[in-house]
Design a protein around this ligand. Structure first.
Ligand code: NAP
Length: 290
């Protein structure tokens, strides 16, 4: 079993770290809010005071952080940043959903320290993280993917090599963009049909029985009808990811649909739905009393 540092114990990170402990790895964890590390300590992890202290002597360093700002802070902080503590040959794996530009920059910084870097964001939300069913989309050298695979498979069901550093991030942003666009348009259609006096549940039943409807869209449409939106993949995070997806393209005009979807989720945040699950975007179109 490996000596692993895990940085970032939010909703996803806590579940992933727990699975590494359950698999028997020697885990040291760190989180900005130290209280969130207490449960992991009870489960058997060592808790470090800083990212740099966490990574000392680790064979693998995994991070699961909110966004580019958090990742930059945790890896590069001049005093406490993880990068400064990596030893030669360590495999650093960024599992957060981040921009391709930042991931490529971090990969280059790791290369200069003779450490190996993978961007390996995940497809799947909290239930999949809990059940070890995440899908990793890895960007980096083939040898690095092979080295990390056994560890990643203790948190997920599969690891796919997308290409060089940055390609994993790009693939993940593509998945989320496709999902975000589908959910945004389903929200419009469900409420438009309701407005016309038809049964939205019947619409969802019929559309989701056709080959054009993806399993994820079907599940999202069903959740919209239930009118409860407990956060799994919160709207704030969806909007962040769509923003990063737009930054892959050279020109804004090349991404009109992703741009439109991002604007819809930004509006949902402005209207107070940011902490709701992605499916809560349907609330934008609800008529009073419906
Ligand atoms: P979360 O519950 O909000 O956790 C965010 C984590 O980032 C926490 O550990 C938080 O620390 C840390 N963080 C935020 N800002 C920071 C900063 N400035 N410096 C240091 N640490 C900071 O989010 P999550 O749902 O676990 O998501 C984590 C990542 O996974 C994101 O990149 C997200 O896009 C991706 N993802 C999420 C899902 C999903 O369904 N939720 C699915 C796939 C991928 P504190 O505890 O101190 O705030």
């Amino acid at each position: 079993m490996a000596k692993i540092a895990f940085l970032g114990l939010g909703a996803m990170g806590t579940r992933m770290a727990r699975n590494l402990i359950a698999a028997g790895h020697d885990l040291t964890v760190w989180n900005r809010d130290p209280q969130k590390a207490d449960a992991l300590r009870e489960a058997g992890a060592d808790v470090a005071r800083t990212p740099r202290a966490a990574v000392a002597d680790s064979e693998f360093v995994l991070s699961m952080l909110r966004d580019d700002i958090a990742s930059r802070q945790v890896w590069l902080d001049a005093e406490d940043g993880a990068l400064g503590g990596l030893r030669e040959g360590t495999v650093a794996v960024e599992c957060s959903t981040l921009s391709v530009d930042w991931v490529e920059e971090l990969a280059e910084l790791c290369r200069r320290r003779n450490t190996i870097f993978l961007d390996a964001p995940v497809v799947g939300s909290r239930p999949q993280a809990e059940a070890r069913q995440l899908i990793f989309l890895a960007g980096g050298a083939t040898e690095a993917v092979s080295r990390a695979e056994a560890v990643l498979l203790h948190m997920g069901a599969s690891v796919h090599h997308a290409g060089p550093n940055g390609a994993g991030a790009a693939a993940k942003l593509a998945v989320n963009t496709l999902f975000g666009i589908q959910v945004a348009v389903l929200a419009e259609l469900i409420e438009a049909v309701r407005y016309r006096g038809f049964d939205p549940a019947r619409l969802v039943e019929l559309v989701s029985a056709t080959p054009v409807c993806s399993p994820a869209a079907k599940a999202a449409a069903g959740a919209m009808l239930l009118n409860a939106f407990p956060a799994m993949f919160p709207i704030e995070i969806v909007e962040k990811d769509l923003g990063y997806a737009l930054s892959i393209a050279e020109k804004d005009e090349s991404t009109p649909l992703a741009s439109a979807a991002r604007n819809v989720f930004a509006r949902a945040i402005n209207e107070g739905y940011g902490a709701d699950n992605i499916t809560g975007v349907v609330q934008l179109y609800r008529l009073p009393g419906s």
